[in-house]
Design a protein around this ligand. Structure first.
Ligand code: SF4
Length: 325
């Protein structure tokens, strides 16, 4: 007996990095046993900010390959592409009729997007939260895993649902927030969150050599200038990574760092080795999956067909409630 139905979406950003894995993918994998999960590649959302749409297809395949290799299972979950279920755009239009403009223009995320791309303030940016509400409600999801900073977005979906149900009668499921810890994984620069656009990331599918190359550039405790200086693991980004990838050695490394018994170069080599070893099964699995050029598209096609079946049901109820002939 499952606890409920989860929906989560991610923009097609291509090959995933360690930050994506620790922040979202491992949680997606874990939820599959307790919930019916619907995982969506939100390609329509990506159009709001993307200038080069030719990369969407490649990025989708690369991201889904990483998802599958990490353990997201199409037998357990529905995995599909947002635009393959066009009903979402119809629901988006209908929900937009019950969404006051003021709600959208006041959202801090909209203001931030306007600041970031002042030359391309398109309607999609404004209507983004309505499309998100359509994503969630189309599949009757009752649970959405979000980090604390994302909770206001989901509250917005809940408000739209309440408004729709108030106007037209109880139809849409009001999703609950499942607060989930999303660790903030810093990039190798130690300054910014790990991000592809800042090129401070380590891809999950990196080779051991690439992992070592990236790890060796990582910023450490800035006050540790000489090998004989004691280090401060609590301020060191390398040490945070040891927390994820060297749990069996963490106390030893902490002591060696504080007592200057290990140099930063050696400490990074240990991390690079442990990271490469942790990711080895992932890399092997990914290579196997990637060898079949049709596999990802077959899985996404099957996912879309299962998603469409739920979407058809929801839309029949919505159209009847709204009174569309
Ligand atoms: S020894 Fe390791 S944990 Fe300590 S400062 Fe250097 S890199 Fe960081």
């Amino acid at each position: 007996m499952k606890k409920g139905k989860v929906f989560s979406g991610a923009r097609p950003t291509g090959r995933q990095h360690i930050g994506n894995y620790l922040g979202a993918i491992r949680n997606y994998v874990a939820l599959q046993d307790d919930y019916d999960c619907v995982y969506c590649v939100v390609d329509l959302h990506a159009l709001t900010t993307l200038t080069d749409t030719q990369v969407l297809k490649t990025n989708t395949r690369e991201m889904v390959l990483d998802w599958l290799a990490a353990g997201m299972d199409p037998e357990k979950s529905i995995i599909f592409v947002q635009s393959h279920v066009p009903q979402v755009t119809e629901l988006h239009t209908i929900l937009s009729m019950v969404t006051p403009m003021g709600w959208l223009t006041r959202l801090p995320t909209f203001k931030e997007k306007v600041r970031l791309q002042p030359d391309n303030v398109n309607y999609g940016l404004l209507g983004y939260p309505v499309l998100m509400a359509a994503d969630i409600t189309l599949y009757k999801a009752d649970t959405v895993p979000v980090g604390e900073d994302q909770a206001p977005h989901l509250e917005f979906t809940r408000e739209i649902v309440r408004r729709f149900n108030h106007h037209f009668g109880p139809t849409l499921v009001e999703p609950q927030i499942k607060l989930t810890p999303f660790p903030r994984v810093m990039g190798v620069d130690g300054v910014n969150k790990m991000s592809k656009s800042l090129d401070n990331h380590i891809e999950l599918a990196s080779s051991p050599e690439e992992i070592e190359r990236r790890v060796m550039t990582m910023v450490t405790d800035p006050q540790r200038r000489y090998r004989t200086d004691p280090g401060r693991p609590e301020v060191c980004n390398v040490f945070s990574f040891h927390g994820f990838f060297s749990p069996q050695q963490i106390e030893e490394i902490e002591g060696q760092c504080r007592n200057a018994e290990i140099g930063c170069v050696e400490c990074k080599r240990v991390l690079a080795r442990n990271l490469a070893a942790s990711l080895a099964p992932f890399r092997e699995q990914r290579a196997k999956l990637a060898a079949d050029p049709k596999l990802v598209w077959d899985i996404l096609e099957d996912g879309a067909s299962r998603a469409r079946a739920v979407a058809d049901e929801t839309m029949a109820e919505v159209r009847a409630r709204v009174g569309l002939p």
